[in-house]
Design a protein around this ligand. Sequence first.
Ligand SMILES: [Zn+2]
Length: 175
Amino acid sequence: MAVRPVVVWPDERLRQPSVAITAIDDSVRALYQDLVDSMYAENGLGIASLQLGDPRKMFIVEPKLAGKAEGEPPVAFINPEVLWTSDEQQDSEEGCLSFPEIYIKVKRPMRCRVKAMGLDGQMFELEGEGLLARCLLHENDHLTGKLLVDFVGPLKRQMIKKKLQKTKELEEVEA
Ligand SMILES: [Zn+2]
């Protein structure tokens, strides 16, 4: 499969409505593999399909963070749904592959429970705490078109836009 370039904000593809996956076929498995390859290439903890410009409703999470043994494949969350979030909150800095080198303080529930379909077509539920809860909610936000910049005010958003634009120009000069 392939490492694909991660879509960087303010690319409109990050805001497109996501589409439910109705069957696990070869094209879904290929998308999963591209997500895996692209996440590892960028050292991410998770990635959502919209970040590769694909609207199908799936994200993946790095196996160790998702409670799997090292060496296991990343966990696929297909058509995910957040079933529950705790009243208790956590507040820490969050990054995103679509906002390279930007970190934003985001308040999120300390724990959450997510239901999704696995790559084997079976439904499963996973409860996460701390960083895992943060990651699950962050990736799920992607599938609803919600992004890190939606947690900040217009001034900070403008600053982030400028910084990302600068990074892009530098990359174009280097390329
Ligand atoms: Zn993200």
